[in-house]
Ligand binder design. Structure first.
Ligand SMILES: [Zn+2]
Length: 141
């Protein structure tokens, strides 16, 4: 009893991350699944803002950063140019997982590795809202 052989059309490299492999196949040599690009380093989630470039997308990430002086959190945004492998067929408004790679150009050092669905429901950063600490008065009671 041997497992059924994988068809070559579906075969994608194991990139070492816990992500779903793309259903489609591509001939992009900078695709982590079908080319020779290795991913290592930072991994984060971001929203796709633009896909107007060829095989490059603009993604935006919002994080909450604590401001000690005001004891509050401020939103910080940053946009990244990331490689967009054609097999993932990513569209604007999608939440994607991005992983660091070697520099692919002057400004591109990340690559999209997974499409996580529509970003409208899940705004990145809002799920890390901190729980307010109890005030000293309530503790005294
Ligand atoms: Zn590919």
């Amino acid at each position: 009893m041997s497992p059924p052989p994988k068809t070559s059309a579906r075969r994608a490299r194991d990139i070492g991350l816990d992500v779903r492999s793309p259903k489609e196949r591509c001939d992009d040599r900078h695709c982590p699944f079908h080319g020779h690009l290795s991913v290592r380093g930072q991994i984060f989630e971001a929203t796709v803002v633009s896909t107007a470039m060829q095989r490059t997308a603009v993604v935006e990430r919002t994080i909450l950063r604590r401001m000690p002086k005001y004891e509050r959190y401020a939103k910080r945004r940053r946009r990244y140019l990331v490689h967009d492998p054609p097999c993932l067929k990513v569209r604007v408004g999608r939440l994607v997982r991005v992983a660091e790679t070697r520099p692919l150009s002057k400004t591109v050092t990340f690559c999209i590795v997974e499409d996580l669905g529509d970003a409208a429901r899940r705004t990145s950063g809002e799920d890390v809202v901190p729980v307010p600490a109890p005030s000293p008065k309530e503790e005294a009671q």
